[in-house]
Write a protein of this length. Sequence first.
Length: 249
Amino acid sequence: MKNPQFFALIIGTEILNRRRTDRHFDFVTKALKDKGHKLTASFIIEDDPQLIIETIKFIASQANAILFSFGGIGSTPDDYTRKCASLALRDGTLVVHGEAKKIILERLGEKAYPHPIKLAELPKGSALLDNPVNKMPAFSLDERYYFMPGFPEMSHPMVEKVLGKLIPHKKEHYRHTLTALCKENELIEVMEQMPKGVEFSSLPKLYSDGWKVSISVASDDQNLAKKAFEMYTDTLQQKNIHYALVDES
């Protein structure tokens, strides 16, 4: 897929009420950075079926969306994600996935009934994701939407495996960063002239000795990134504003 947009959906009231600490956001951002990509957005939402459905629908409405969803695919009454994924992306029904059922029965035998066997009830057209910990499968739809357990030790290897298939080769991304001894408004006119295809950020901070601003530009085009960065350095030099380059390698 050309120009994919990556989204993380972290489902769990226990994160929002701070009974558990989220570990997915940091992991996914780093895993994507290692591949030369970034998240477009991340959502942490409670275990509310309608909210889950609407969030999945919103993400699916975005161009070239790739979703990593964490949590809610178990067999307890508050595990809504399997059904919500079907309602958001299919016709709302769940069907018994033959391969998933076989895996669960091989793993648990008669202990699969009455509850764990429900993990085999998946949206139509689901493909399985291998669980490296307990073999209980997760699932994906359309090779774009990946629904995984909330347990990082299970889901994070799944993400790495998916990214290995989606992005077999790292995408080069060229970034230049500096810190200048000034307020960011000294550089607003330059910001307004940033060419299309350049990602830029301005991060000001007030220190005891005055204002400093961190300016960063990046692009998939090496020459474009260099040219855009020189627009900042040229302006700073013209204004006699001291700055230092920052190595983000």
